[in-house]
Design a protein around this ligand. Sequence first.
Ligand code: 13P
Length: 248
Amino acid sequence: MRRKVIAGNWKMNKLPNEAIEFIQKLEPLVKDTKNEVILCVPYTDLFYAIMTAQGTNIKIGAQNMHYEEKGAFTGEVSGEMLKSIGAEYVIIGHSERRMYFAETDETVNKKLKSALKCKLKPIVCVGESLNEREKGIANEVVTKQTHIALEGLKDSEVSNTIIAYEPIWAIGTGKTATSEDAEKAIKAIRDEIAKMYGQKISSGVIIQYGGSVKVSNAKELFNMPNIDGGLVGGASLDVEEFSKIINY
Ligand code: 13P
């Protein structure tokens, strides 16, 4: 049985004092959950969040990293830097990074390899645009993104990678994929992983759904056979709402 993993992606929200307060409030609300709880916070909150979450079941991650270990890359942060302050997870290839910051399938693949080398646990995002969904090529798009992202990994590295299926048209729009559509896309991603790395590896990979996850739709989505939890944006900014999604 795969575990359920519920991760919050705060995007560019919350100052360190807000992060500390949030985690202190969240901790008693989720301490008994069997589900894995992750918060991916802005770089400037990371250290405070990691310190506050110490000794709790809340794990902390970043939202991006550079693929090089070090060097003349002004403004960038490496995987080793994240690991050195105690970050456990890192989101890679979020659609907002693909859209606004020229992230490509190829840079996603490089970042994934670099994250795994640093022993960070990556959450790799894939997802189709509205146009691609309307053209009927959604599953083709996400399987291609998955294929390029995962190319050249060791089996054990694939097993340590989380995939988040996030249809772009569902992000921050209040529109959610139906649980059936999300299940179909996630099944297509799992089948692609099986083609690349075999059924056994594929059946163990955690694949989340993301895109307007709320208390009202979490249960239906997370109860689908191939959906192993969610990557939650807006609803992870509110501690009550997020705790209810975790305890769906
Ligand atoms: P929303 O939950 O705000 O739609 O965002 C989803 C997302 O982008 C999570 O990474």
